[in-house]
Design a protein. Structure first.
Length: 198
């Protein structure tokens, strides 16, 4: 199995503001010389935390391609599926079914090849494609789906880990970053991780 996130989606507003970051970093609100560097640190920190935790810290639509076998959808929580397509384009709604509930299921109907089914649970976000006779497993399927949190206000550990990571990156600006994530951010965000590996 292989997959790629081909579009991480448009981020209009970061989950922490410049003012929040400056307060956390103990930088005077009126001191604006480093504002651009702090904004870059915030965006970089969000990207690093999203990869590290497999969580979408901002709600948006992302696009993923996979080769038709099995996948754990990245950047949880995963919500509505916008579209499903193959090499010939977006599949018509009569080519697949979407069911809501604890598990979300899409069945891609192909009268020649049989059915492709993929499932993902809102908690585990695992995608499984059934292997039925006649299916070309070299095909690439594309799913656009909505993911990420609307607001981190009540998720104090995540918000604090994002601020800690932004602070870490800001202080290291100009120096190479070798850690996967800063120790403080890792400790603050540990309980939120959606990765299977421990």
């Amino acid at each position: 199995m292989s997959f790629d996130i081909v579009d991480y989606g448009l981020i209009e507003v970061e989950p922490v503001s410049l003012e929040e970051a400056k307060s956390y970093m103990q930088i005077d609100a009126d001191y604006a010389s480093d504002d651009n560097q702090i904004r870059i640190a915030i965006s970089s920190a969000r990207e690093r935390l999203e990869r590290y935790l497999n969580i979408g810290l901002v709600n948006r639509d992302i696009t993923i391609e996979w080769n038709g076998s099995c996948i754990k959808l990245p950047l949880t929580p995963n919500f509505d599926i916008v579209s499903v397509s193959d090499k010939d384009g977006i599949l018509a709604t009569d080519k697949y079914n979407v069911s809501q509930g604890r598990n979300k299921k899409i069945s891609i109907n192909d009268v020649v090849s049989g059915n492709l089914n993929y499932f993902y649970s809102i908690t585990t976000e695992t995608v499984q494609i059934s292997r039925e006779s006649g299916i070309d497993y070299g095909s690439v399927y594309t799913v656009i789906y909505n993911t990420g949190y609307e607001d981190l206000t009540n998720m104090v550990g995540l918000k604090q880990s994002l601020l800690a990571e932004a602070n870490y990156l800001f202080k290291l600006r100009g120096n190479p970053v070798t850690d996967v994530i800063s120790p403080n951010a890792a400790l603050l965000s540990a309980s939120y991780s959606k990765n299977l590996l421990i």
